[in-house]
Design a protein around this ligand. Sequence first.
Ligand SMILES: *[C@@H]1O[C@H](CO)[C@@H](O)[C@H](O)[C@H]1NC(C)=O
Ligand SMILES: *[C@@H]1O[C@H](CO)[C@@H](O)[C@H](O)[C@H]1NC(C)=O
Ligand SMILES: *[C@@H]1O[C@H](CO)[C@@H](O)[C@H](O)[C@H]1NC(C)=O
Ligand SMILES: *[C@@H]1O[C@H](CO)[C@@H](O)[C@H](O)[C@H]1NC(C)=O
Ligand SMILES: *[C@@H]1O[C@H](CO)[C@@H](O)[C@H](O)[C@H]1NC(C)=O
Ligand SMILES: *[C@@H]1O[C@H](CO)[C@@H](O)[C@H](O)[C@H]1NC(C)=O
Ligand SMILES: *[C@@H]1O[C@H](CO)[C@@H](O)[C@H](O)[C@H]1NC(C)=O
Ligand SMILES: *[C@@H]1O[C@H](CO)[C@@H](O)[C@H](O)[C@H]1NC(C)=O
Ligand SMILES: *[C@@H]1O[C@H](CO)[C@@H](O)[C@H](O)[C@H]1NC(C)=O
Ligand SMILES: [Cu+2]
Length: 579
Amino acid sequence: MTSFLLPPSLPFLIISYSMLIVVPSTTVAKQIKHFEFNVQMTNVARLCSTKSIVTVNGQFPGPELIVRESDQLIVKVTNHVPYNITLHWHGIRQLRSGWADGPAYVTQCPIQTGQTYVYNFTLIGQRGTFFWHAHISWLRATVYGPLIILPKIGVPYPFPEPYKEVPIILGEWWKADIEAVISQALQTGGGPNVSDAYTINGLLGPLYDCSTQDIFKLKVEARKTYMLRLINAAVNEELFFSVADHNLTVVDVDGVYVKPFDADIILISPGQTSNLLLRTKRSYPNAAFLMEARPYSTGLPGTYDNTTVAGVLEYESRTAASHKALPLRAPTLPAFNDTSFAANFAGKLRSLATRRFPARVPRGDPDRRFFFTVGIGTLPCPANSTCQGPTNDTMFAAAINNVSFVTPATALLQAHYFGRSRGVYTQDFPAFPEAPFDYTGAPPTTNAALGSGTRLAALPFNTKVEVVLQGTNILGAESHPLHLHGFNFFVIGRGSGNFDPANDPASFNLVDPVERNTVAVPAAGWVAIRFLADNPGVWLMHCHIEAHLSWGLKMAWLVQDGTLPKQKLPPPPSDLPKC
Ligand SMILES: *[C@@H]1O[C@H](CO)[C@@H](O)[C@H](O)[C@H]1NC(C)=O
Ligand SMILES: *[C@@H]1O[C@H](CO)[C@@H](O)[C@H](O)[C@H]1NC(C)=O
Ligand SMILES: *[C@@H]1O[C@H](CO)[C@@H](O)[C@H](O)[C@H]1NC(C)=O
Ligand SMILES: *[C@@H]1O[C@H](CO)[C@@H](O)[C@H](O)[C@H]1NC(C)=O
Ligand SMILES: *[C@@H]1O[C@H](CO)[C@@H](O)[C@H](O)[C@H]1NC(C)=O
Ligand SMILES: *[C@@H]1O[C@H](CO)[C@@H](O)[C@H](O)[C@H]1NC(C)=O
Ligand SMILES: *[C@@H]1O[C@H](CO)[C@@H](O)[C@H](O)[C@H]1NC(C)=O
Ligand SMILES: *[C@@H]1O[C@H](CO)[C@@H](O)[C@H](O)[C@H]1NC(C)=O
Ligand SMILES: *[C@@H]1O[C@H](CO)[C@@H](O)[C@H](O)[C@H]1NC(C)=O
Ligand SMILES: [Cu+2]
C-alpha cells in the first residue's frame, strides 16, 4: 500500500459530486416510465481544453434511469446532432422487443438528424445494474448513462440492505474528436489513437492535468455498507478497480446475483457491470482513500492508454477539522499485463443458485454446438493505397471464425422480418473453423489474412446452444470481452491455450456457473458458454472493445419464431427509422 499527500490546498478544491440514489419506497408494482432523450452537442471542459461532444440532454455522463423490475420503458429519442444515432439498453433481454435493442444496421436503421424514435420495452425478470449507450460508430464514448433496475417492491436483495447505493461509471476521454479518431483508423488501416484519460462518473480526478475541479468524491459515514454499482463504459479497455484499504464484496455481475466473495481488486471488462458492497471503517479515519482504475492489457506499450483515474472516498467528519487536508491513501493495482490475476478473478464467479434465484443452466446435451475463433488479423489494403496495418499492403481487421463482419446498408432485423434477406445477409455462418490451425501456438504470421461477409447463424426457437469461444494469437494474444444481445448466457468453462474437445467438457460447471451478458475470452485461452435461444429476432454478438468491433469482431444469431403466438416477434413499431 502506498500513501502520499496532495498539495495541502487541494482538498478545498474538490467538488462534492454525489450521485446517491434515493430509493422510492411507495411505488406500485408495474409502471410505465416515460423519458425524453434529446441528443445534442454540448461543450465540456476536460484536460485543460473545452470540446463539443455528443450528449443526451446536455448531460455527461448521460441521465441515470432508475426503474423497477416489470416496468415498461418508453424512451423518446430525438436526434439534434449532425451524426446518425442509435441507443442500446445494454444487458436488457428485450424479450420479443428486438426492435428496441438498438445496434445500428442490426435491429434498426439509425435515427437520422432531425428524426425521433421511441424505444419501447418492458423489463422482464431482470434487476441490477445496467447501462445504456449509443450503438453506432464510436459515439458511445460520450453517450452513455446508468440504467438501474430495482427489485420489485417488497423483494429484498439476497444480502443485507445497503445504507446507500452509488453508481460508479467508468469511461474513456479523448482530447481529439472521437469520430475523427475512428474514421482515421479505418481509412489508414492502423490502430486507432489511444485515449488520453479515464473517467469516473465523467470526472478525471487528481492524477491528470487541469482536473482539480473534476474529482469524483464519495462522502461516506463510518460503519455503513455502501453498494457501488460499477459499470465499465470505457471504449477500449478492460479495467482494474480498487479502493485503498477497503475490501469490496462482489454480490452481482451483469445484473445477476453471485455467491458473494471479497476482493481488494476488481477486474471489469467494457460492457460488464458489478454490484460491490463497501463496508466503511468503525471510526472516522484521519485520511481519505483513493479509488482508482487503470487498464488490464496484453497489448504492446503504446497500444493502450496506460494512465490511471482516481476518485476519493472521504469519511464525513462531525468535527470542525473537516476541512483539514487529509493524507490520501492509494490502492495498489496489478501490472497492466497481469493475465493470471484475470484468470483468478474470473474463476471466483459463481451463480448464487438458490431456490429463490436458481441458475437455469441449459443442462444435458446441447442441441447445437459451435466453436468460434476470436481474434485480430488483416484485410487487404484498397488498391493503389498504402496502409498502416502490420504491413503496408494490409489493414488491421478482426473476425469470428475468419469472418470479419461487413455492416449492411439496411437493418438485418427488418430484412429478416419482411423476407428481404437477398443481397443483405446469408445464413451460412461457419459453426466451426473452416481451416483449423494451432490457435494459440506460434503466430502464423504468413496467414493473418481474414475473410469477410454478412453471415448469420440461424437457430430454431428454443435451441439449446453451446459455444466455445477460442482466442487466437495470430497478431498477438488479447483478451476479448464478448457481449451477447438478447440473452444472458452461462459461463460453463474456461481455460488457457487451445480448447480440448476430448477432455475439457468433463470439467464444465452445469451447477452454478456465472450468468452474464459479457465475458472476457482470455488472451490465448477459451471460454465455453450456454444459452437457450428463446427470444426471436436478430441478435448481435460482439467484442465490446470498440476498436475490435469496428474491425469486424462481431456476428449475429437469427433466432426464428416459435409456433405459438407468444413465441413470435411482433411487427415493427410504425416510427422505426428507415435506411
Ligand atoms: C409500446 O408497445 C406496446 C406493445 O408492446 C404498445 O401497446 C404501446 O402502444 C407502445 N407504446 C408506445 C408509446 O409506443
Ligand atoms: C492520431 O495521432 C497522430 C500521432 O500523434 C496524430 O498525428 C493524429 O492527428 C491523431 N489523429 C486524430 C484523429 O486525432
Ligand atoms: C481484505 O480481505 C482480506 C482477505 O479476506 C484480508 O486479509 C484483509 O485484511 C482485508 N483488508 C481489509 C482492509 O479489510
Ligand atoms: C505509459 O506509456 C508511455 C509511452 O509508451 C511511457 O512513456 C510511460 O512510462 C508509461 N506509463 C506508465 C505508468 O506505465
Ligand atoms: C508483462 O510486461 C512486463 C514488462 O513489460 C514483462 O517483463 C512481463 O514478461 C510481462 N508479463 C507477461 C505475463 O506477459
Ligand atoms: C491503380 O493504379 C494503376 C496504375 O497506375 C491503374 O491502372 C489502376 O486503374 C488503379 N486502380 C485503381 C482501383 O485505382
Ligand atoms: C511497402 O513495403 C515494401 C516491403 O517492406 C517496400 O518494398 C515498399 O516500397 C513499400 N511500399 C510503400 C508504398 O511504401
Ligand atoms: C481466412 O480467409 C482468408 C480469405 O478467404 C483466407 O485467405 C485464409 O486462409 C483464411 N484463414 C483461415 C485460418 O481459415
Ligand atoms: C445516416 O444513415 C443513413 C441511412 O443509413 C445514411 O444514408 C446516411 O449516409 C447516414 N448519414 C451519416 C451522416 O452518416
Ligand atoms: Cu476484442
